[in-house]
Ligand binder design. Sequence first.
Ligand code: NAD
Ligand code: UDP
Length: 343
Amino acid sequence: MSNPDTILVTGGAGFIGSHTVVELLQAGYAVVALDNFANAKPSVISRICTLAGRDFTFVEGDVRDPGCMAALFRDHPIQTVIHFAGLKAVGESTRVPLTYYQNNVTGTLNLLEAMRGAGCRNLVFSSSATVYGDPAEVPIREDSPLSATNPYGRSKLMIEEICRDLAKSEPGWRIALLRYFNPVGAHPSGLLGEDPQGVPNNLMPYLLQVASGHRPHLEVFGQDYPTPDGTGVRDYLHVVDLALGHLAALKALPRIEGAIPINLGTGRGYSVLEMIQAMEKVMGHPIPWQFGPRRPGDIALCYANPDRAHTMLGWRAERDLMAMCSDGLTWIKSNSSLNSALA
Ligand code: NAD
Ligand code: UDP
């Protein structure tokens, strides 16, 4: 690219953001990344540069700070924003809902105001399959009914509505509302991955900590769901595929008018027991687990109809469950001293 587009990546030091910045740099974009390190470590920045073999602009700052956001657009020729910054723990969101609405909703409002002020109307937003609530049908299409059962999910739904209203109110907005299913795995180099604080809530990070001997066993939440083996089914997606989905969305934005939701998932659901089996296959030995009660608020089945991502973005997930497990293992094994939960 002779005159590369400049992309602002909020939450660029986070799990999905860091992988996306690597792919953007490798594809030749100029990147300005913002993060307040609420859920990331500064060491991620140099790792991104190492992997990409290139430098980028990093700003430590907060999307809730209007002055910081205005300065970003004043100082850099930003054409498009990829907005990852936000808090994402469902359980925590029920305990401190105002923190979640402040961070996710107010933060996004500030960002959108700054974008309007600067005449930048291209946005790729991190939404979530959680906006489908307990889906009536699987695979889930983008026109399925929307609902939310906790403040985190409601914050995503509110932001989607704000984006739809904004796009209706004035022409020129091109917004991809990317609804991620279950991002897992890590960069195959072992340099980037998910670093949950405290005891992991999600299956894959917990499973990885059991597989690597850092926790005694996995508890499988529920065995009587209406699924083939009675355990919950989800659409697990390799984080590198997800990062590439953002590049595909970026390229497709000129063809998008208004605010369009797009599922990013593989279209294939795996049960908790299938995930354990996959991890055992990669490890070459059994992983200790036991059944426990259902987790309150959990749904039985959740997997995407990914057709729109294919037709609109030309994107499909390519990495399989083995890659998700083995890349996750490489990450946890090479970073156990860095990892918040294991340090
Ligand atoms: P993450 O916590 O690793 O990344 C988010 C980043 O945003 C962190 O680095 C954090 O420090 C930063 N951040 C938070 N609040 C900020 C603020 N006010 N100002 C600046 N930076 C701030 O999470 P992730 O898994 O990479 O998720 C990225 C986005 O994708 C989030 O919006 C999340 O809700 C959404 N999402 C994630 C998943 C998932 O399972 N990981 C699923 C669906 C949607
Ligand atoms: N799960 C589990 N044990 C755990 C964590 C999760 O059995 O320690 C199950 C959970 O009940 C669900 C699936 O694994 O069926 C995926 O859970 P996760 O929290 O990763 O994703 P989400 O439910 O938010 O889609």
